[in-house]
Design a binder for this molecule. Structure first.
Ligand SMILES: C[C@](O)(CO)[C@H](O)COP(=O)(O)OP(=O)(O)OC[C@H]1O[C@@H](n2ccc(N)nc2=O)[C@H](O)[C@@H]1O
Ligand SMILES: Nc1ncnc2c1ncn2[C@@H]1O[C@H](COP(=O)(O)OP(=O)(O)OP(=O)(O)O)[C@@H](O)[C@H]1O
Length: 267
């Protein structure tokens, strides 16, 4: 059985307060995008993880795919499996690629071995793997609160815009990025602002990670400015960075940006 875990972008990201468990309460909109990994599970003699494509930092045993398998194996009688991952989603980019692999593995094991888990139950397993993970179970646009793992439904269809994703060759650590931020109550309601046309979002829908990440990596700020100069209606860093996305009203080609960064068109 093979599935295609997709990436997400964050539209707005307010870091509201630090919690007693060390995490932060946030408000953000998760929006799925069309950049995908491929993930396959085959029954086998012993459990092993293999990956190709982009190099994943860290030890194989720490891969979120193995963690997801062992999480379910603890509660269900699962046979040993080979897990194959073709890694295409940029890593350390604020695109939730690892989280998506974990969530899609839960969904895959649920279908393949007929575990009969409902979405809420799969989300509760996913929350144990990471804050971003639960979103990818249903994978629909949502307004997220708490650690980014509690959801309020949202009607949001941005398919009429041309969405471009740019990945600079910078890896941002999510934990470091949270460490560099000062939480504060948001000035405006993100849930209300997002109902306006994309052309009205500039300077109102903000990502609280940008200040500190742009100070550390000024080239990401320059990239954001150059996307606005190329005619984008709205540009933002996604999550804790380093990737930056831009909504255009029409199809574009960005050869100058492509010269320095990886560019994904029409995601
Ligand atoms: C930046 C975002 O991608 C925005 O969607 C997420 O908040 C990050 O989610 P994630 O990568 O799944 O993060 P986790 O693996 O749960 O946590 C990584 C680290 O980020 C910090 N962290 C994460 C989520 C959160 N709400 N508050 C935090 O302070 C913690 O230091 C934690 O140790
Ligand atoms: N399957 C996986 N794919 C990518 N990274 C993984 C995976 N499993 C474990 N990791 C670890 O997770 C770290 C962060 O990966 P990921 O690409 O999800 O981060 P991110 O793009 O910053 O996403 P987020 O938006 O969740 O912060 C990597 O540096 C890697 O060590």
């Amino acid at each position: 059985m093979i599935v295609f875990p997709n990436a997400k972008i964050n539209i707005g990201l307010n870091i509201v307060e630090k919690r007693e468990d060390g995490f932060h309460n946030i408000e953000t909109i998760f929006y799925p995008i069309k950049i995908n990994d491929a993930l396959e599970v085959i029954e086998s003699e012993q459990t092993q993880f293999f990956s190709e494509g982009k190099q994943i930092p860290g030890n194989v045993e720490d891969n979120i795919c193995l963690k997801a398998y062992h999480l379910l194996k603890h509660d269900f009688k699962l046979p040993p499996v080979h897990i194959h991952l073709l890694k295409n989603i940029p890593i350390g980019a604020g695109l939730g690629g690892g989280s998506s692999d974990g969530a899609y593995l839960i969904k895959l094991l649920n279908s393949k071995f007929n575990l009969q888990l409902c979405s809420e139950k799969m989300e509760s397993y996913a929350r144990k793997l990471g804050s971003d993970c639960a979103f990818f179970i249903e994978n629909n646009p949502v307004f997220a609160v708490g650690k980014g793992d509690q959801f309020i439904d949202l009607e949001l269809d941005l398919s009429k815009y041309f969405l471009v994703l740019v990945k600079p060759s910078i890896h941002v650590s999510t934990a470091d990025a949270y460490g560099g931020c000062k939480p504060h109550k948001p000035l405006y309601s993100l849930q209300m602002l997002v109902r306006n046309p994309v052309s009205e979002w500039k300077n109102l829908i903000v990502n609280d990670f940008e200040d500190s990440v742009f100070t550390k990596y000024p080239e990401i700020k320059i990239l954001k400015e150059s996307l606005y100069e190329s005619g984008a209606l709205y540009v933002s860093m996604s999550g804790s960075g380093s990737s930056v996305y831009a909504f255009f009203s029409h199809q574009v080609n960005l050869p100058l940006i492509e010269a320095n960064h990886q560019v994904f068109y029409n995601v």
